[in-house]
Design a protein around this ligand. Structure first.
Ligand SMILES: [Zn+2]
Length: 472
């Protein structure tokens, strides 16, 4: 039974923790292909931040390794099994409108302001100082502790792809790159599209759909959709009237302009994240529903019918709807809908399926749907779910640590989004955002609260010790 006062140990190192966090934040570690080299695949800024942290590791007599500029390893202790702490030091571009320079790491109101303060350099430094504490207290460990530092989390995860191809996967681990208490279930995510090739033959029809456009990214609900329609003036005028009637009936916003024989319809939906499509209003689907009551050339009719008959947000129409206790229902976001007059068309979906469902089954069903509708299915991306069961020792240990230090019973969270923890074989997201905090990641004036920084350091130190102290 240890009687270590972890928070007290952190307080003893408070000045060092703050200073090192500031120094680390002052290195603008934004992906920069223009300065990329073989040793620095993500550019100079990222490489300097990695060198800085590995240097600190060396100064503290840890085993360190620069894995070809893709990632870093800072290791402590011995043992066959290992505990991984997965962090990242790349940051998204600063953007505009900051009160102080985004890489000055100024302190105001007990907060350190900088790009990367909360996502993820502040928490990375917290984990590093936590490891220093465990080492300086000379606590006996049965597992190795491996701090793995990624450098491309904000873009393509090429860092962890490379790292785990060449280095070992920790036995268990956590990633301080999301929310406290513990995210133990992340849905599977796949991006697919149904694609139709254009036909050369142009058939006669009274109304012709020239273009249909909705959405830019699969993981956002399209908040805008537009179409261009040509045809007889009388028909177009009637369509325009019907459209006004439609948006009035469903109480939404849109506009119609008839201009030189072309009718332009615009529909305004409501954007939402692709993991919560039910919170948005898909402009593309709503516009297609309107068009479905009218007749166009056959390729356009087929496309519109496909959208209306397949693009809901729970997968019932595609017959892939499932749900489970732990992570809830499958969700679908039709994030990209496009048609052009050649008949070339695309319906792109972002699908998030429950942790106990099979992604392969789902994709197989979609293949069938594609076949029946004369489309080809392209799977752009597929990340399997991440799930560690609630009674796993990793979860139990992290729950105990959190409860001891925070005094609140830690709830296990299941989410539709993806966190960095997904790249660990047996790993969960553990912090750094405490419940109820304002989410400032990727925003201007990003900051980390200094009290939170101290608290998370204490939590990480105890978690590292508790996870590494036993062999199994
Ligand atoms: Zn992050």
């Amino acid at each position: 039974m240890t009687t270590i006062n972890w928070f007290h140990e952190v307080e003893k190192r408070k000045d060092l923790l703050i200073e090192q966090t500031q120094e680390f934040l002052r290195i603008a570690s934004v992906l920069d292909e223009s300065t990329a080299t073989k040793q620095a695949p993500f550019g100079e800024g990222v490489a300097s931040a990695l060198a800085y942290l590995l240097q600190k590791g060396e100064e503290n007599q840890f085993f360190v390794k620069n894995v070809d500029g893709y990632a870093g390893l800072i290791q402590h202790g011995e043992g066959e099994n290992s505990v991984g702490v997965l962090c990242h030091l790349d940051v998204v571009p600063a953007g505009k409108g900051w009160t102080s320079s985004p890489f000055s790491a100024d302190i105001r109101e007990n907060r350190i302001y900088a790009r990367g303060a909360i996502d993820n350099k502040g928490p990375t430094m917290a984990a590093f100082v936590a490891l220093m504490i465990v080492k300086e207290l000379e606590l006996p460990l049965q597992k190795r502790v491996q701090m793995i530092i990624g450098t491309d989390e904000e873009s393509n995860w090429r860092c962890v792809d490379y790292y785990f191809k060449h280095e070992e996967m920790p036995t268990i681990g956590f990633a301080p790159d999301a929310d406290f208490p513990i995210i133990h279930a992340e849905k599977g995510i796949t991006d697919v599209s149904f694609n139709w090739k254009g036909k050369e033959k142009i058939e006669a029809s009274r109304l012709r759909l020239q273009r249909f456009d909705a959405g830019e990214r699969l993981n956002m609900v399209p908040d805008h959709a537009s179409v261009k329609i040509v045809g007889e003036l009388g028909e177009l005028e009637q369509l325009e009237k019907n459209f006004h009637q439609y948006i009035l009936e469903i109480n939404q916003n849109g506009s119609a302009t008839l201009d030189n024989g072309t009718l332009n319809l615009e529909f305004e939906g409501i954007s939402a994240h692709g993991s919560t499509p039910e919170n948005g209003l898909n402009a593309g689907v709503y516009l297609a529903q309107f068009l479905a009551n009218h007749s166009f050339q056959s390729a356009a009719n087929d496309f519109i019918t496909f959208v209306v008959e397949h693009c809901d947000f729970d997968g019932k129409l595609l017959q892939i709807n499932t749900r489970d206790e732990v992570s809830g229902p499958l969700t679908i976001n039709a994030g990209l809908l496009q048609f052009d007059q050649s008949g070339e068309a695309k319906a792109g979906l972002n699908i998030r399926y429950p942790v106990t469902a099979s992604g392969e089954d789902c994709i197989e069903k979609l293949q069938g749907v594609a076949k029946r509708n004369g489309a080809s299915l392209i799977v752009h991306d597929h990340m399997g779910p991440n799930y560690v069961e609630g009674d796993h020792p990793l979860i139990k240990t992290l729950q105990n640590v959190y409860e001891r230090q925070i005094g609140e019973e830690p709830e296990l969270l299941a989410i539709g989004g993806g966190t960095y923890a997904r790249s660990l074989k047996t790993g969960v997201a553990f912090g750094p955002m405490f419940p109820g905090r304002e989410d400032v990641a990727h925003k201007k004036d990003e900051y980390i609260d200094i009290d939170d920084l101290l608290k998370m350091t204490a939590i990480y130190a105890e978690a590292i010790y508790e996870l590494a102290k036993d062999k199994e």
